[in-house]
Every structure is written in structure tokens, then in C-alpha cells.
Design a binder for this molecule. Structure first.
Ligand code: UDP
Ligand code: MG
Length: 320
């Protein structure tokens, strides 16, 4: 992939507000009204990109009407429900603003947070992720979510509390650089961090869902963790698969070798008979698994070699 443009054109709006939505007909007008109120206070040019992720209710009609009445409103409509990640992805391609805010359509995120989120970017940060410190969701959601955030924080090494918050502020170049495929919207802070952007978090207000119901069921947690593997794989280890497989392969090999060396010595010394020592087989198993892991890592290295130079960096600016 070629290096993308890193700074917006001079005529670009100050802010792009991105709203992915799926069957949220009841809240769209109110949400739009509240964004407009905030933007009046800010007093700078802006656009709002609504992405209708294949809604089957009247969401699109409401958006068509908003679009007819307000020139700032842009609407992208998917042919079917492709998911929140795809919705964010397409909006990121379109976004022209110097800053980009993403927020959910269900009024759980508060547009009044926009100015402070942008302010939090300051000179230092490229992405500010909202932290719903006091959440208004059922316990069945908040407890697994805490666990998810804890594990993700540990695994990725990024110290933030709420990876999946819909409300985030980005500099233009962040949304042009990162690609949110699959279901990876839950890991945007990690994707940005690994691309070299400076990521922080800010506590934001959170409201109970007013209309409709959540679009993500319990499957989110299983999928969420499988996605963590994908994220670690495609970002952290894709350039060095041997580092992941090799380490565990060597550990397994060593454990197996130690067990079998010990048993062999015992056998030589005539203190044991190997035919009644199942541990000997366990040692063998560890050795074989170890060799397999190292081989998989090496194969991975050979495959990844072909794409070594692509997309391994992200340029902040160029002086010419
Ligand atoms: N959403 C979407 N596509 C989907 C599922 C959800 O665009 O397939 C939108 C949804 O309309 C909302 C946001 O993503 O604007 C967050 O979804 P939801 O409120 O259901 O998630 P929760 O707040 O329960 O985590
Ligand atoms: Mg919600």
C-alpha cells in the first residue's frame, strides 16, 4: 500500500463528525440537533458523516431528510449490514476534517464532549479515546467489558480503560492511516498506537440507551477475544512471526528435552525402566510440539518476507 496523504487540504473543514448507525431511527434527529448546537458554539466549518449500516427501519429516510435540509450532513448507505468497523472505515476514507470525532448514534455518547475531546488532543496527542468511567449499561455488559479491557490493556501494553468507547477524537492523519477491517473497531487505540500515533484517554459522560436496544449480543465477547488474537497477530507479530512461535517452541522443546535427558540418565544408571514411565512420552510430546512451533514460525518468516517493506512505517511529516 502506498504512503497516504498525511495532511488535509487547506479548504478542509475543521471537524468531521462520524456516526455509524444500524436501526437508530428514533435518535437521529435529536442527535443531529445536539451536534449542531455544539458546533454553533465552536463556530467553525464542519461536516457530519452518517453511515447507515444497512438499517431495516426508517433510519435512511430520516437521514435523507436531514441531508436535504442541512448541507453539512453527508450520508453513506451500505447495501446490507456490514458492521460497525466497516462503517467507520468508509467514513474515515471520506472524512475531510482536520479533526475527526466518532460517536455512537444511540445518544449514549454526548456531543457536548466534542470541544473537550479536541482540546485533549492538544499538541501532544493524535488520538483521544473516551473512557465511560461511570457506565449506564446492564451489569451483564459492564462486567465482561471490564474483563475485556483489562486483558486487552495487558496484552497490548496500552494503559487505557475503555478500548471500545464509541466516542473518540482523532487527528486527520490517524483516520487516513489506520485500517479498521473485520471487527477491529474495538482495537482502534491499539491499531493507532502500533502505527506510531500518540494515544491517550479522557473520561466522558455516558447515558443509558434511550431508544431501541444494543446491536451487539453476548457473542461480542467471544468474537472480541478472537479479534484480540487477530490484532496481536496482524500488527505486532506479522513482521516477526518467529518471535511468537519460536519462543514457545523453544520453551516446549527445552522442557521436553530436560524431562527425557533426566529419564535417560536414570535408565543408564539402571534405576528405572522406561517402559513404565509415561513421563517419557510426555517429554517426547513437548519436544515434537517445540519443533513444530519453531517450524511454523520459520514458515511465517518466509511468507512475511515478501511484504517486508510495505506498510511497516507511518510518516508524520516530510520536509522538501
Ligand atoms: N452499529 C452499527 N453497525 C452494527 C452494529 C452497531 O453501525 O452492525 C452502531 C449502532 O447503531 C450504534 C453504535 O454502532 O450507533 C454502537 O452500537 P450499540 O449502541 O448497539 O453498542 P453498545 O453501546 O451496546 O456497545
Ligand atoms: Mg450504545
Amino acid at each position: 500500500m502506498a504512503v497516504k496523504k498525511t495532511s488535509p487540504a487547506s479548504t478542509s473543514p475543521y471537524l468531521t463528525v462520524v456516526v455509524p448507525l444500524y436501526n437508530e431511527e428514533e435518535s437521529l434527529r435529536e442527535l443531529h440537533g445536539r451536534i449542531v448546537d455544539v458546533m454553533k458554539l465552536i463556530g467553525k466549518p464542519y461536516e457530519i458523516i452518517f453511515v447507515d449500516d444497512g438499517s431495516s427501519d426508517r433510519s435512511f429516510q430520516v437521514l435523507t431528510d436531514l441531508h436535504a435540509k442541512h448541507k453539512e450532513v453527508k450520508v453513506i448507505r451500505f447495501r446490507r449490514n456490514f458492521g460497525k468497523s466497516a462503517a467507520l472505515s468508509v467514513a474515515f476514507k471520506e472524512a475531510a476534517g482536520d479533526f475527526v470525532i466518532t460517536m455512537d448514534a444511540d445518544l449514549q455518547d454526548d456531543p457536548a464532549e466534542i470541544p473537550e475531546l479536541i482540546a485533549a488532543l492538544g499538541e501532544t496527542y493524535d488520538l483521544v479515546s473516551g473512557w465511560k468511567k461511570k457506565r449506564h449499561d446492564p451489569l451483564s455488559k459492564t462486567i465482561p467489558s471490564r474483563f475485556f479491557n483489562f486483558v486487552t490493556g495487558k496484552m497490548t501494553g496500552i494503559p487505557i480503560h475503555d478500548f471500545n468507547c464509541g466516542l473518540k477524537a482523532y487527528r486527520h492523519e490517524v483516520v487516513k492511516q489506520i485500517t479498521v477491517h473485520g471487527e477491529l473497531h474495538r482495537y482502534i487505540p491499539a491499531l493507532a498506537h502500533w502505527a506510531g500515533f500518540r494515544v491517550t484517554e479522557k473520561i466522558v459522560q455516558h447515558h443509558p440507551r434511550k431508544y431501541g436496544r444494543t446491536k451487539f449480543g453476548i457473542s461480542r465477547f467471544f468474537n472480541g477475544f478472537l479479534d484480540l488474537l487477530t490484532v496481536l497477530f496482524t500488527t505486532r507479530y506479522i513482521r516477526k512471526p518467529l518471535h511468537l512461535f519460536g519462543v514457545w517452541g523453544m520453551v516446549s522443546f527445552l522442557v521436553g528435552a530436560l524431562i527425557d535427558i533426566y529419564l535417560s540418565i536414570e535408565w543408564f544408571a539402571g534405576r528405572t525402566s522406561l517402559s513404565n514411565r509415561p513421563l517419557f512420552m510426555v517429554g517426547f510430546l513437548f519436544i515434537i510440539i517445540g519443533i513444530q512451533f519453531v517450524s511454523i514460525g520459520l514458515l511465517g518468516e518466509m511468507i512475511s518476507r515478501h511484504e517486508r517493506d510495505e506498510d511497516t512505517y507511518s510518516i508524520r511529516e516530510t520536509l522538501k
